[in-house]
Design a protein around this ligand. Structure first.
Ligand code: IPE
Ligand code: IPE
Ligand code: MG
Length: 240
C-alpha cells in the first residue's frame, strides 16, 4: 500500500505491518527545560495519544510500545512509582477512546511484580478490547527480552517438550504473546543506538530507525521520516 502525504508530497510506498517503539528521552526533555524528570514522564505519557493516532492514520496494524523495562526497577523508587501511576492513569483515561476506535490492547511482560491495581486495570483493558481489530496496541510494561526467553524456556521444560520438537516456530509459541508478529520496524527516540533488552528474539530481522527527537516531542513529522526511511530499505533476510 502506498500513502501520499498531502503536506509535502512524500510518498511512502511500503507501510510496515508492525512498528515497535523504544520511547526514550523523557528525562533529557525535562532537564533541557530545567524541569524535574517526572514532568518529562508526564509529557511523554501525554504524547501517546498523538503518536497512536498518527500510526492509525497510516493504517499500521501492530504498534508495540516499550514503556517500562525489567531494568527500570533500578531507578529511584519515587520515579518507578511515578511511572506506575502514570501508566495506571493513562490506561483508565485512554481505554474508552481506544476501544471506540477499534484498538485492541495487549500486554507483554510480567504482571506479577507490579502493583495489583495497575495489573488489574491492564487486564480489564485487555478484556474489554479483545475483539477489536483496527489496530493491535501492545504495551511492553515490566518487559525484558531476556526474561521473556527464560520464561519461555521454563515453560518448555515444565511441559517436558521433546528437544527434537523444538525449533524457531515452536519456541515462538512460548513467548509472552505468540500471536504478535515480529516487528518490521523498531524506532528508538532520543538518538540512542541500542536495543536495551527489547524484543531481542523477535527483532532478529527488524529494521532500525534511531530518531534524534526526544520522546515527548516525537510527532507526525518524525513518524513520517521513520516510515519513509523504512519504505526505502531493502530487506534481504540473508539472501543476495
Ligand atoms: C524513557 O525516558 C522512559 C522510560 C525509560 C521509562 P527516560 O526516563 O529513559 O529518559 P532519559 O533517557 O533519562 O532521557
Ligand atoms: C529503554 O530505555 C526502556 C524503555 C524505553 C522502557 P532506558 O532509558 O531504560 O534504556 P537505557 O538504560 O538507556 O539503555
Ligand atoms: Mg532513557
Amino acid at each position: 500500500m502506498s500513502i501520499n502525504n498531502a503536506e509535502d508530497n512524500t510518498t511512502i510506498e511500503k507501510i510496515p505491518s508492525h512498528v515497535a517503539i523504544i520511547m526514550d528521552g523523557n528525562g533529557r526533555w525535562a532537564s533541557q527545560k530545567g524541569l524535574p524528570r517526572n514532568q518529562g514522564h508526564e509529557a511523554g505519557t501525554k504524547n501517546l495519544r498523538r503518536v497512536i493516532k498518527c500510526f492509525a492514520k497510516y493504517k499500521i496494524k501492530y504498534l508495540t510500545l516499550y514503556a517500562f523495562s525489567t531494568e527500570n526497577w533500578l531507578r529511584p523508587e519515587t520515579e518507578v512509582n511515578m511511572l506506575f501511576d502514570l501508566l495506571a492513569q493513562s490506561i483508565v483515561e485512554e481505554t474508552p477512546k481506544l476501544h471506540s476506535d477499534g484498538v485492541q490492547i495487549r500486554h507483554i511482560g510480567r504482571l506479577d511484580s507490579i502493583p495489583k491495581e495497575l495489573g488489574k486495570s491492564i487486564e480489564e483493558s485487555i478484556e474489554l478490547t479483545k475483539s477489536n481489530q483496527t489496530m493491535i496496541l501492545t504495551i511492553a510494561f515490566n518487559y525484558g527480552g531476556r526474561t521473556e526467553i527464560i520464561d519461555a524456556i521454563k515453560n518448555i521444560v515444565k511441559e517436558k517438550i521433546d528437544p527434537d520438537n523444538i525449533n524457531e516456530g515452536t519456541f515462538s509459541n512460548y513467548l509472552y504473546d505468540k500471536k504478535l508478529p515480529d516487528p518490521d520496524l523498531i524506532i528508538r527516540t532520543a538518538g540512542e543506538m541500542r536495543i536495551s533488552n527489547f524484543l531481542i528474539w523477535q527483532s532478529a530481522y527488524s529494521e532500525y530507525y534511531s530518531s534524534p527527537v526526544l520522546w515527548p516531542d516525537f510527532d507526525d513529522i518524525e513518524i513520517k521520516n521513520a516510515l519513509y526511511s523504512y519504505s526505502n530499505r531493502h530487506r534481504k533476510y540473508g539472501t543476495i
